[in-house]
Design a protein around this ligand. Sequence first.
Ligand SMILES: Nc1ncnc2c1ncn2[C@@H]1O[C@H](COP(=O)(O)OP(=O)(O)O)[C@@H](O)[C@H]1O
Ligand SMILES: [Mg+2]
Length: 307
Amino acid sequence: MSTVVLQSSIPDVPVKRGKVRDVYDFGDQLLFVATDRISAFDYILPTGIPGKGELLTRISQFWFDRLSVENHFLTTDLGRLSLPAEVTEPLQGRSMIVRKTQVVPYECVVRGYLAGSGWLEYQQSGTVCGISLPAGLQESSQLIEPIFTPATKAEEGHDENISFEQMQADDQIGVELAEQLRSLSLRIYAEGAEHARKRGIIIADTKFEFGLLDGKVILIDEVLTPDSSRFWPQEKYQVGCSPASYDKQFVRNWLLASGWDRNSSPPELPSDVVEQTAAKYSEAFRKLTETGRCTNDQGSSFSEFAD
Ligand SMILES: Nc1ncnc2c1ncn2[C@@H]1O[C@H](COP(=O)(O)OP(=O)(O)O)[C@@H](O)[C@H]1O
Ligand SMILES: [Mg+2]
């Protein structure tokens, strides 16, 4: 596997660094570079996960090719940027050129199962983001149908769950765009979850981001990756408990046991935790994208979402 990249660099190009991605501004296009950084409990850890950036990029690209929605992906050919080879070479494989959009400032979350903040709210009020759910659900129960539960995109700190009505009431959004975001999100979650289910992965919930470009809504950011979603291995799924998350279980468990106070710089991860985590990202990619592998007999056609 390639060397671990914790931070990329392109001289003289404006960059915005997120938790995982370094996003370079080339005018109407962005270079979207997934580093090997990993975050947990809202902290970026000092240790990288080898191969992670490349796998995240390939998983998003896999979905962009297949989901029935217009998206920001343009190319992985970095030659288009007219930069020296020594600058682009370390970025190959982990980067994509995308169309720059005006980001819709909401996380478009879809939940097919009761987990995380949804499970916490349900126990208190029987609702998730204001949506009433039937009584008697347990942790990790599958919902009768997936629900759209938007959250604000906080620049710092935690995103805040809001109701769909609050999103509609936002002057920047309005009723029509809110409806469009909800129906797009529910549709592509259904497409993705169906594909993953056949490959032995439950996508319990996920977060999409959308952007506006020439008056149109397009899918942006990363899509249906283990970082933006809860992936659960089908064979370990059990109602009434919290399934181990696909990718970050080793990191979270180790950090919790390490004595770190979650209020200061996090410690370096030991190499076995790094290796186990890297293996999980690789397994998720392989399971989702491998041809001819299927956990049931309904076919594993790759063209199921292709237009
Ligand atoms: N096509 C796009 N146009 C403009 N901004 C985008 C586009 N796609 C993604 N972004 C933004 O790029 C950033 C991706 O970096 P990331 O490391 O995921 O950040 P974060 O820590 O906010 O999750 C996000 O802020 C996202 O909103
Ligand atoms: Mg992100």
